[in-house]
Design a binder for this molecule. Structure first.
Ligand code: CP
Ligand code: NVA
Length: 304
């Protein structure tokens, strides 16, 4: 049987995603009660990181250990990938030795090429274009606080980046409407906007986008790999900040999320992380539970 991959949210059906998110909550509860689970005993995850990470690395590595397996951190600095060994050759070799591979890299095409040559499931742990693992945690977090997100309005404030792209996919898969507020020149990919024109509305004014929204989300103005653009982006994104004033136009029940790391004083005001509407710490912890559910789904071909 060909391996199932998770390169974008579109690699799963809506019902698979919903079951996975529910299972993640089950794993969270089990873990909080101190129950030992060894569903991935003796299984190995290879983790290829070509960009920095705190949450993704810690959650995948801790998650594998907590399920009885192990994870191996591979950086281009000390593997042959960094010395030009072809992606396909690396995929054939690595996937002949482990049970799943997780990759964080620049071009989305890299994970696609790796997956095409891999015998085992490949997980996109962030590319320049998508960050689907974060969306699993975000959807789990919303559900744990507010129930189903179906029919809700979500406001994305800021860059039309990898996170925004995954929110567009999530809008279609989880059935909500996405308002995107971004400055000119920083819109999400045209093809995605066109493919989901019934689900996504583009705004210039963050207040218009946030009006009546049940969830406000943002991300850094300059993503990894865009460090040289920091100054220009600070200028372009001024005003695209989530703060209590913006929150005041949203629905009374509105939650605030951020994938983190966050830049206080840029995309959020200094008081947002600990604002009563903020669920960012819960969201970050849920990376662990959502990924454990994902690893079970991909490696065992079932949930738990
Ligand atoms: N949100 C997220 O992916 O964080 P890291 O870059 O720390 O993994
Ligand atoms: N858009 C950010 C997300 C970090 C988790 C980046 O790609 O750097």
């Amino acid at each position: 049987m060909a391996a199932r991959h998770f390169l974008t949210l579109n690699d799963m059906t809506t019902s698979e995603l919903e079951d996975l998110v529910d299972h993640a909550t089950h794993l969270r509860n089990e873990w909080r009660q101190g129950k030992v689970r060894d569903s991935l005993k003796n299984r190995v995850l290879a983790m290829i990181f070509e960009k920095s990470s705190t949450r993704t690395r810690v959650s995948f590595e801790a998650g594998m250990a907590q399920l009885g397996g192990s994870a191996m951190f591979l950086s281009p600095r000390d593997t042959q990938l960094g010395r030009g060994e072809p992606i396909e050759d690396s995929a054939i070799v690595i996937s002949s030795m482990v049970d799943a591979v997780m990759i964080r890299t620049f071009a989305h095409e890299t994970v696609e090429r790796f997956a095409a040559a891999s015998r085992v499931p490949v997980i996109n742990a962030l590319t320049d274009e998508f960050h689907p693992c974060q969306l699993l945690a975000d959807m789990q977090t919303y559900r744990e606080h507010r129930g189903s997100i179906r029919g809700a309005t979500v406001a994305w404030i800021g860059d039309g980046n990898n996170m925004c792209h995954s929110y567009i996919n999530a809008a279609a898969q989880f059935d909500f409407h996405l308002n995107v507020a971004c400055p000119e020149g920083y819109e999400p990919a045209k093809e995605l906007l066109e493919a989901h024109s019934d689900r996504v509305t583009l705004f210039r004014d963050p207040h218009e986008a946030a009006r009546q929204a049940q969830l406000l989300v943002t991300d850094v103005w300059a993503s990894m790999g865009q460090e040289d653009e920091q100054k220009a982006r600070e200028k372009a994104f001024r005003g695209y900040q989530i703060n209590p004033d913006l929150l005041a136009v949203a629905d009374k029940s509105a939650l605030f999320m951020h994938c983190l790391p966050a830049h206080r004083g840029e995309e959020i005001s200094g008081d947002m992380m600990d604002h009563p509407a903020s669920v960012v710490w819960h969201e970050a912890e849920n990376r662990l539970h959502a990924q454990k559910a994902l690893l079970e789904f991909l490696i065992l071909n079932r949930l738990g």
